[in-house]
Design a protein around this ligand. Structure first.
Ligand code: VGL
Ligand code: ZN
Length: 208
């Protein structure tokens, strides 16, 4: 695949807490790193996202009485999964994986920073109305096709790609450079949703 100047690679949440030994470890999460580094070499434009929560964040199970990680609760903006404490602002767990090549990235989008709203998508928080500013940034740079890699396939990669598509961008997911959490069939639900929204999955070999 020939990567063009209007293409951008969006590297989602490749942070220590989502890798083996981390607070919300995605199985084999760190295995995406060599593939992402190789793919990123083909792109002139690379954007990174970073899950970046305050310690009192509403998505953390211990911040609710008698609630456990992976239970659901209802918040004003809808149902929300409760997670273990993860990606706390300034913590080692919130840092990018040490082997992730970050030097060529032009923009870093931090998300999940408001205490009362979680944010899976790089574009909108989970209330689906509070923007991060990423869509305007990409539009101003006239980048129209977004390639997604990173963690987790069925949460932050999924919601980012879906919002990109709804915002009028072309969105493509390189699934081999992603890993999923797979909570209650969330990986299958992601595939179905991508299919209905017109979000193709392409292989890594296209970028070598
Ligand atoms: C994520 C759950 C909670 C992700 C972030 O990056 O997919 N998942 N926070
Ligand atoms: Zn999070």
């Amino acid at each position: 695949m020939k990567v063009s100047k209007s293409n951008v690679l969006i590297v989602v949440d490749v942070q220590n807490d989502f890798c083996s030994g981390g607070a919300l470890a995605v199985p084999d999460g760190e295995k995406v790193v060599p593939a992402i580094n190789r793919i990123a070499e083909q792109f002139e434009n690379v954007v990174l996202t970073q899950d970046w929560h305050p310690r009192d964040h509403v998505s953390f199970a211990p911040n609710h009485e008698n609630k456990h990680p992976f239970e659901m609760i209802d918040l004003s903006y809808g149902p929300q999964v409760l997670w273990p404490v993860h990606c706390v602002q300034g913590s080692v767990g919130a840092e990018f994986h040490g082997k992730l090549e970050t030097t060529r990235a032009c923009l870093l989008v931090r998300k999940g920073m408001h205490r009362g709203i979680d944010s899976y998508s790089a574009f909108y928080e989970n209330d689906h109305t509070t923007p991060t500013g990423l869509a305007s940034y990409l539009r101003e740079r006239a980048w129209n096709t977004l390639f997604f890699v990173g963690l987790a396939f069925d949460f932050c990669v999924r919601y980012s790609a879906e919002d990109a598509r709804r915002a009028g961008f072309e969105a493509v997911v390189i699934e081999e450079a992603c890993r999923g959490i797979d909570l209650d069939g969330s990986v299958a639900a992601t595939h179905a949703s991508f299919k209905s929204l017109g979000i193709p999955i392409v292989g890594v070999e296209a970028f070598s």
